[in-house]
Structure formats: structure tokens, C-alpha cells
Write a protein that binds this ligand. Structure first.
Ligand SMILES: [Zn+2]
Length: 222
């Protein structure tokens, strides 16, 4: 039964998935990526998955109640005491609904990390980003390219997908929407004293080190 949850928040491209995975390794606790969980539900073709897919296809965000259902049943299957949640909650409504789920589980949020990255950097990262069409491995033009030009390091596939430069306005629009959604959520956690902002432009290893140190000292006090 879980007792503590570590939440990793940040806008798209802030590196929250990377940090959640690094923290999961260094603390040896499971990490749940909300996006992966919902995609899995859709791929499995469950009833909830079909409802979520219909909502996503109509251009909306998945309903909070459905998201909570998926998360709740996943959390109940976890035997570890501590779990990392990444990419959730997305807004204040989800954060509030999550409080009652935690209450039912007799668990609590240990810490909320927020990766802060300036908008220009997020746009730059999004435009550099390309992914392997075969295995979805992610690369970054000029920053983290494939070892052999045009060949995926992981699966040797030679097909990649990348956004074109003229899509920067779409990226900005998405970032703006995300910011609007997240603002109430961030105030909510700030008010509870659980929020710790991290410089998302610092080297990945440095961010990981600080995050694990904070959590280890918190857990040792319990
Ligand atoms: Zn690949």
C-alpha cells in the first residue's frame, strides 16, 4: 500500500519524464507517467480507454473523473510505500480530486517538484526534438543526435518524425494553454508548502541529485 507520493510537474519539454525516471532509479521506487498510463488504457481497448480516446479525438482533454479512475486503480496495485507521479495533476480540479483519492488510500504527498524552464527554451527544445518512427526514442538536433547520422541508436530504424519550424506558433499556443491550466494548481501546492521549484535549465544530473537529496532527507525524518 502506498503511503507517500512524489509529484513531478512542469510544462511540456521541461524534462519531467527524464527526472521522474532518474528519481525512480536513485530511490528505487516506481514512477507512473500519467500520459503513458492513459495511452496504455487506450491501447488495451478497455471501456475507460475507449471513452478517453473519444474525448482526445474530439480535441478535448480527458475528463477528470476518468483520469482519477485510471490512476486510482493503478495506485491500488502498487506494493511500494513511495511512488513518483509525473505529468499529473494537470489542473486544480485534478489536484483537488487527487486529495480525496489519497485520503482513501491513507497516503499523502511528500513533495511537489516543479521544473521551471523559460518559454523560449521550451520552444527551442520542441523544435529540436525528433523521434524515431520505429521505437519512439527521442533525440535533439545538435544536442543529442543519433550516434550514426540518420540511424536510431536503439532499433536501427532510419525513419524519424520531426516538427517543422513553422509550427512554433502551435508550440507556443500549447505552452500558453498548459500555463493557464497549471497556474491554479501551482498556487494550490505553493499554499500547502509542498512545492519546490527547480531550475529546469540546469544539467539533468544536477537536478536529479538535488531532488534525490531532498527526498532522502524527507524520508529519513518520517
Ligand atoms: Zn528507434
Amino acid at each position: 500500500m502506498i503511503s507517500d507520493v512524489i509529484v513531478v510537474l512542469g510544462p511540456p519539454g521541461s524534462g519531467k519524464g527524464t527526472q521522474a525516471r532518474a528519481l525512480s532509479c536513485s530511490l528505487d521506487v516506481p514512477s507512473i507517467g500519467m500520459g503513458d498510463l492513459l495511452r496504455q488504457e487506450i491501447a488495451d481497448g478497455t471501456e475507460i480507454g475507449r471513452l478517453i480516446q473519444a474525448e482526445v479525438e474530439s480535441g478535448g482533454a480527458p475528463d477528470t473523473a476518468l483520469v482519477m479512475d485510471v490512476l486510482n486503480s493503478r495506485l491500488r496495485k502498487i506494493s511500494a510505500g513511495t511512488v513518483i507521479l509525473e505529468g499529473f495533476p494537470r489542473d486544480l480540479a485534478q489536484a483537488e480530486a487527487f486529495e480525496s483519492v489519497l485520503k482513501d488510500l491513507r497516503a499523502k504527498i511528500l513533495m511537489v517538484f516543479l521544473l521551471v524552464v523559460p518559454e523560449e527554451e521550451l520552444v527551442d527544445r520542441a523544435l529540436r526534438r525528433y523521434s524515431c518512427s520505429g521505437c519512439s526514442a527521442i533525440y535533439s538536433v545538435g544536442k543529442r543526435d543519433t550516434a550514426v547520422d540518420g540511424v536510431c541508436d536503439v532499433c536501427r530504424c532510419t525513419k524519424f518524425t520531426r516538427r517543422s519550424d513553422d509550427q512554433s506558433h502551435i508550440i507556443r499556443k500549447r505552452l500558453m494553454l498548459d500555463k493557464k491550466k497549471a497556474s491554479g494548481l501551482i498556487s494550490f501546492y505553493e499554499g500547502s508548502g509542498m512545492l519546490m521549484s527547480m531550475d529546469g535549465c540546469a544539467p539533468v544530473e544536477e537536478i536529479s541529485r538535488v531532488m534525490s537529496r531532498v527526498i532522502e532527507s524527507k524520508l529519513s525524518l518520517l
